[in-house]
Design a protein around this ligand. Sequence first.
Ligand SMILES: CC(C)(COP(=O)(O)OP(=O)(O)OC[C@H]1O[C@@H](n2cnc3c(N)ncnc32)[C@H](O)[C@@H]1OP(=O)(O)O)[C@@H](O)C(=O)NCCC(=O)NCCS
Length: 182
Amino acid sequence: MLVQPIETQRLVIRRFTPADWQAVHAYASDAGVMTYIPGGAHTESQSKEFVDKHAGDQPEAFPVILKTEQQLAGHLIFHPWYAPRSHEIGWVFHPAYHGQGYATEAAYALLRYGFEELQSHRIIATCQPENPASYRVMEKIGMRREAHFKQCIYRQDNVWWDELFYAILEDEWFDRNKSWSA
Ligand SMILES: CC(C)(COP(=O)(O)OP(=O)(O)OC[C@H]1O[C@@H](n2cnc3c(N)ncnc32)[C@H](O)[C@@H]1OP(=O)(O)O)[C@@H](O)C(=O)NCCC(=O)NCCS
């Protein structure tokens, strides 16, 4: 997917190239940024491995570039979920770029791509209830909260996390986009 980059007003979403690893490492090595990402903060070799993997034939993560600065500000994940024409979407951005609507702008564009180019039927996203920045993005792009699972993710040392589950269906996307945009 994403053979051609997606362009929004301020952003370009494209495929990774191996040279992107340092820009990814700048935020993926930050334990604060990675608090809610499985595996936590990256070492250098994990950032290189991550970028190399998604620069390959079957990418499931896509860098987001600020047009004005030509700077890689974060990435989106997007990959098949457990049913035909179903996908999961997610996001991680460098803290220098938080709070400026970039994740919302990028995620909205990728939802559009999912529904309008890939003919996705349902796109889901999950996060922890302690991560309002993430579920606000879900809400701003039109996803519905479907569930609050209690203590469903085991971390370590007997710590269990809750998980919020959001989704949007193709019918909802097309109905809403008759008269609505983020
Ligand atoms: C989640 C993340 C990608 C959001 O990126 P972003 O570019 O700052 O997102 P946006 O600016 O588009 O929107 C963020 C929204 O969250 C809100 N928000 C941020 N922190 C908040 C908080 N502590 N409490 C309530 N709302 C909060 C912002 O106000 C904004 O909503 P608004 O437009 O209604 O005011 C970013 O915070 C991040 O990279 N976090 C670390 C990685 C992560 O946790 N990823 C998600 C894993 S599930």
